[in-house]
Structures are given as structure tokens and as C-alpha cells.
Design a protein around this ligand. Structure first.
Ligand code: G
Ligand code: G
Ligand code: NA
Ligand code: MN
Length: 254
């Protein structure tokens, strides 16, 4: 209950902020995307991980408020960078699967994009594999409405859940993100190599792009490059960056 009250307080005080972790195009080595991740320095307790407070928010309707807050922060930031004539890549936001069942994600996103005059194709929503299973028909409708707004959809932590391949085929998603746990053991574990290779082939056959997350070494990067993985996200290139450091990576429009 303490944490729940503190989250409410932090929302009112605007104590959260977002950091942005670049996604690198394997072929061109350019930053072609970024994942927005929330951070919180509590005035007394110090840094609190989203691993600790997101689940608390998810237990109540607080998550709906938090997601609106995050969407507002990220979309206003995109607009701000664009006003500085920066080439802003596609920015992704994590939306927990409960949001799809309880909140009105589509109208919230649509309203916020319109408010800041940002086009839908600037935004990506990272959903979890769990969403592919829960409330399947309903969720497909919602994802299709997001796609109608030109928003990209990616499936996060792919390979760790229990999505069946038939759901994957039905789902209107553009990107699969291979979970870090498979990347960690590359290229030494033969099994993990086979899994990663199979996911990349599957994704490409389905017309989807693949992002490898948690890439930390040159050897992992080279291996993924050889397998034709599309994008890389991980400490090997960049940690999540604050807004100034991230903006410094972007080129200017001419
Ligand atoms: O960035 P970090 O490794 O600390 O994130 C820890 C966990 O918290 C990850 O599972 C990540 O997906 C989640 N997380 C980070 N930022 C957000 C956010 O803005 N919204 C949601 N729903 N989850 C987030
Ligand atoms: O659950 P999700 O995939 O959204 O979580 C992403 C989390 O992974 C973020 O908290 C981010 O800080 C973390 N992360 C990103 N790249 C790396 C990496 O190379 N190594 C480690 N250990 N964590 C990473
Ligand atoms: Na994510
Ligand atoms: Mn992930």
C-alpha cells in the first residue's frame, strides 16, 4: 500500500521520467528506433526499479493512469525533438496486457498523437506474448485499430511465453523481439543458436522484422548479423540514455 500511495504521489508530482535505449539497424549501423523505459528516483527510497513498481500499479487501475502519463511524456518528447529539427526514429512504449482489457488504449493514443501533432508511424507499442493468448479476438480488434493509425506493433520477450504459432499468424504485429535470455548464451550454446536462428527465419517468412534485445558482446552482434537479424538493442551499443544523451545521437533534418 505504501508503494501504491507513493506512485500516486509521484504521478501528481511528475517525478517519473523516461530514458531511451537506441535500436541499431544491423545493416547500416544507424539508430532506427528506441525503446522508452520509465525511471523513478524516489526522494527518500532512492532509485526504484520498474520491476518493483509496475507490478504494483498493475494490481489496480493505477496502471491506466501510469500508461497515459507515459504516452503523454513520450509523444510530447517526440514532438519536442521534431521541433528542434531532429530526425526522430520510431519510439516504442511498453503497454502491459491489462491495459488492453481495461483501458481505452486506442482513443488515448489517438488523442495524444493528435494533441501533439505527431503521426502514428512514429510510435511503436510493445506488447507481451501473453496478450496473444488472453482475450484473443478482442485484442486482435484493438491491435487492428492501432494499425489503422499506422502505429507499429512489436511482440516483446518473444520465445519466453506460450503463444502458439497460430495466434502469431493471426496477430497484426510487425516486429518480434527475441528475449535477452536467448541472446545471453550466444554464440556458445548450440541450442540457443538454433532457437534464435529459427525465430529469425520464422519472423522473416511471416514478413516481420526481428529485434535482438540484451546484446552485450561483439561476438553476439556478429552472430546475429550473420543470421540477418534486423535490429539490435543492448549494452553493446547503448544503455538506456537520458533525453539529452539520446538527442545527441540523432541527426538533424536538412
Ligand atoms: O528498464 P529496465 O530493465 O529497468 O525495466 C525493467 C522492467 O520494467 C522491464 O520488464 C521493462 O519492460 C519494464 N518497464 C520499463 N519501463 C516500462 C514502462 O514504461 N512501462 C511498462 N509497462 N513497463 C516498463
Ligand atoms: O521487458 P523488457 O524487454 O521491456 O525489458 C527491457 C529491459 O532490458 C530494460 O530494462 C533494459 O534496461 C534492459 N536491457 C536492455 N539492454 C540490456 C543489456 O544489454 N543487458 C542487460 N542486462 N539489460 C538490458
Ligand atoms: Na520492452
Ligand atoms: Mn523484452
Amino acid at each position: 500500500l505504501y508503494l501504491e500511495q507513493e506512485i500516486r504521489h509521484a504521478l501528481d508530482n511528475d517525478d517519473f521520467y523516461m530514458v531511451y535505449q537506441p535500436k541499431i539497424d544491423v545493416k547500416t549501423s544507424q539508430v532506427t528506433g528506441a525503446e522508452a523505459l520509465i525511471r523513478w528516483h524516489h526522494p527518500i527510497d532512492g532509485f526504484i526499479s520498474p520491476n518493483d513498481f509496475i507490478p504494483v500499479a498493475e494490481e489496480s487501475d493505477l496502471i491506466l493512469k501510469l500508461d497515459k502519463y507515459i504516452l503523454d511524456k513520450v509523444i510530447s518528447q517526440i514532438s519536442h525533438w521534431q521541433k528542434q529539427s531532429l530526425n526522430v526514429p520510431v519510439i516504442s512504449v511498453n503497454i502491459p496486457s491489462r491495459e488492453f482489457q481495461r483501458g481505452d488504449i486506442v482513443s488515448c493514443v489517438q488523442h495524444t498523437l493528435h494533441h501533439y501533432q505527431v503521426i502514428g508511424s512514429q510510435l511503436e507499442i510493445e506488447i507481451t506474448e501473453r496478450l496473444l493468448m488472453d482475450h484473443c479476438e478482442e485484442n486482435i480488434k484493438i491491435l487492428n485499430r492501432l494499425k489503422d493509425l499506422d502505429i507499429h506493433i512489436s511482440v516483446d520477450d518473444f520465445g519466453t511465453g506460450y503463444s502458439s504459432l497460430s495466434y502469431l499468424v493471426q496477430f497484426p504485429c510487425d516486429v518480434l523481439k527475441i528475449d535477452k535470455c536467448f541472446i545471453d548464451m550466444l554464440p556458445h550454446s548450440k541450442e540457443n543458436c538454433q532457437i534464435v536462428e529459427a525465430i529469425i527465419m520464422l519472423a522473416h517468412k511471416l514478413g516481420k522484422d526481428v529485434v535482438a534485445e540484451g546484446v552485450e558482446t561483439e561476438a553476439q552482434y556478429q552472430y546475429l548479423r550473420a543470421l540477418n537479424c534486423d535490429q539490435i538493442q543492448g549494452y553493446y551499443f547503448d544503455k538506456p540514455l537520458d533525453i539529452l544523451d539520446f538527442a545527441a545521437k540523432l541527426t538533424k533534418c536538412d
